[in-house]
Write a protein that binds this ligand. Structure first.
Ligand SMILES: CC(=O)N[C@H]1[C@@H](OP(=O)(O)OP(=O)(O)OC[C@H]2O[C@@H](n3ccc(=O)[nH]c3=O)[C@H](O)[C@@H]2O)O[C@H](CO)[C@@H](O)[C@@H]1O
Ligand SMILES: C=C(OP(=O)(O)O)C(=O)O
Length: 427
């Protein structure tokens, strides 16, 4: 099993370019099933989950070709199978997103329970609500889902929560449905927007992109086309956090600063500053991190919420940054129940954190962090990255295990950080 060995306590310096957005790439790969014509995706990140998704599509009969670099062409004309490979499907959360497209194109699908990060209960009820409303029948067994639909019909949907993948499922079910669909209480993260823009490039008719109300006019078929996936805003914010705690000067190229207005507010509560330079974000070196108290010297909180709120995938990163900021802050992960348990590892590295309950942690900083040579297991993508950042900030040597979790979401992370001067090896 591979590990990262990290020698912390050194400044980094230089320019880093974020990879394509993981959470856009994965639904876009599923969307290629909606047309018989070739779809070329540019800026596809070379991450573990994309590899699994490509293998899953190939096994279904999709032709997959790397055109050049990060551009891949998918051609789903030959897909007849409605039972995706269960072993691969169990590895990732977005295997469930094959449901909408296969129902729309083939009228049936059998899927196992999906995988993905183990960060609390991951309900699929919003997906089922949406597909049922579009006309599908759904059999839920303890291990799998069997869905059927002779045809999907447009509907007036009000989602029970702003689920990201639930919204994506509803969109992919609706684009080829007969008639119009409205999706109210829709999620609107940049990756949901990417999915809509890409589908429109292929001939879909989706309006309201970026808002919580989408209107979709069903079309009889989609054509081929190409689409460039946007930068991964979770990577961008992770690099901002990394620069802040290591005192590093980093330029994050092509970071789309407008996607980071809420991150600026959340990280700003810890005293983290950066400048926008066109499409780049420039993080200055040697920042003095101070918790910015609320009015009347009250303890501020950083909490997660659906877009444009602070993304829950960034809570683990904010937690590490908080360990280096002078003052006290409450970190409140409102969306997932089991995301904060990794703080035990930070505590063992020297952080002062009180885990109040599964959703809330109080962090008192700054605490010098010490390397953890005995090994830090990476429990999920973002906690793994948070531990990696903590290890680069800590004095001494740390070892991170189970790095397949980090590789699921971050592309060749050690090589890209080595170019900035990080002392990190994959062994
Ligand atoms: C492949 C992919 O895109 N994965 C992302 C997707 O997962 P995913 O689509 O699985 O996450 P959901 O948006 O469905 O839900 C996330 C959690 O938040 C809760 N919830 C959701 C909406 C809401 O209005 N209120 C609420 O409490 C849900 O019950 C759940 O516990 O979105 C999550 C939330 O941004 C991210 O962490 C995941 O990285
Ligand atoms: C939770 C995440 O991923 P997934 O939904 O694919 O498990 C994540 O990207 O942080």
């Amino acid at each position: 099993m591979e590990r990262f060995v990290i020698e912390g306590g050194h400044r980094l310096n230089g320019t880093i370019t974020p990879a394509g957005n993981k959470n856009a790439a994965l639904p876009l790969l599923a969307a290629a099933l909606l047309t018989d014509h070739p779809v070329t995706l540019h800026n596809l990140p070379r991450i573990g989950d994309v590899g699994t998704k490509l293998a899953l599509l190939q096994k279904l009969g999709v032709s997959v070709e790397q055109s050049q670099g990060t551009s891949w062409t998918l051609h789903a004309a030959g897909v007849g199978d409605t039972e995706p490979d269960a072993t691969l499907a169990r590895k990732i959360r977005t295997s469930i997103l094959l449901a909408g497209p296969l129902l729309a194109r083939r009228g049936a699908v059998r899927l196992p329970r999906p995988g993905g990060d183990m960060i609390g209960r991951r309900r699929l009820d919003t997906h089922f609500l949406a597909l049922q409303s579009l006309g599908a029948s759904i059999e839920v067994t303890p291990t799998e889902y069997v869905l059927r639909a002779d045809r999907l019909r447009g509907t007036d949907l009000f989602l029970d929560e702003m689920s990201v993948t639930g919204t994506e499922q509803a969109i992919m079910g609706a684009v080829l449905a007969e008639g119009d669909t409205t999706i109210c209480n829709a999620a609107s993260e940049p990756h949901v927007q990417d999915l809509c823009h890409c589908l429109n490039q292929l001939g879909a008719k989706i309006e309201g992109i970026g808002t919580n109300m989408l209107t979709i006019t069903g079309v009889s078929a989609l054509h081929g086309g190409e689409y460039t996936i946007g930068p991964d805003f979770m990577e961008v914010a992770s690099f901002i956090g990394l620069a802040a705690v290591t005192g590093s000067a980093l330029r994050i190229a092509g970071a789309r600063p407008r996607e980071h207005r809420m991150s600026r507010i959340a990280f700003g509560k810890l005293g983290v500053r950066w400048q926008d330079d066109g499409e780049d974000i420039v993080v200055p070196p040697d920042q003095e991190l101070h918790v910015q108290e609320d009015a009347h010297n009250a303890i501020p909180k950083i909490d997660s919420a659906p877009w444009p709120g602070f993304n829950p995938d960034l809570i683990s990163i904010a937690l590490v940054v908080a360990t280096q900021a002078r003052g006290t802050v409450l970190i409140h992960e409102k969306m997932f129940e089991s995301r904060l348990f990794f703080v035990d590892r930070l505590i063992s590295m020297g952080a002062k954190i009180v885990l109040c309950d599964p959703h809330r942690a109080v962090v008192v900083g700054p605490s010098p962090l010490y390397g953890e040579p005995e090994g830090l297991p990476s429990p999920d993508i973002r906690a793994g990255m948070a531990l990696l950042i903590a290890a680069l900030c800590a004095q001494g040597r740390s070892v991170i295990h189970n790095i397949g979790q980090i590789d699921r979401g971050y592309e060749r992370i050690e090589q890209r950080l080595q170019q900035l001067g990080a002392r990190i090896e994959r062994v």
